[in-house]
Design a protein around this ligand. Structure first.
Ligand code: 5GP
Ligand code: ZN
Length: 111
């Protein structure tokens, strides 16, 4: 999607701090971190939100969830972390390319 900022991040047209990348997903630091570790995991294939996910996306969604704990461990969240998927206007979604927030790294989260 040409007007999607996360697609532009995947393409390198908008700079980001990459933490992990493979053929299916890209993981980078949130620009406004709300915890010592605040990462965003996105699929390289544009999917607008969790509300738009279909059965065709099941393998990719499952793959993302299996990668979350591996990456969280790599960045120091061995005692736990929080995952958030904001969905739609009432869910507080600001960027309409599905993403998983991974938060932690500073002891128990205060929120
Ligand atoms: P949402 O509210 O859609 O769940 O979360 C979007 C997240 O993307 C926010 O936490 C926001 O800080 C982050 N974000 C928005 N624009 C950029 C950007 O250009 N670069 C990075 N690294 N993060 C961004
Ligand atoms: Zn996109």
């Amino acid at each position: 999607m040409s007007d999607c900022i996360f697609c532009k991040i995947i393409d390198g047209d908008i700079p980001s701090t990459k933490v992990y990348e493979d053929d299916k997903i890209y993981v980078f630091k949130d620009i406004y971190p709300k915890a010592p570790v605040h990462l965003l995991m996105i699929p390289k294939r544009h999917i607008t939100s969790l509300a738009e996910v279909t059965a065709d996306d099941a393998d990719l969604m499952g793959y993302m969830l299996t990668k979350v704990p591996q990456i969280a461990l790599q960045v120091g969240c061995e005692k736990g972390f929080r995952t958030i998927i904001n969905t739609g206007a009432d869910g507080g979604q600001e960027v309409y390319h599905i993403h998983i927030h991974i938060l932690g790294g500073g002891g128990p989260l205060p929120f």
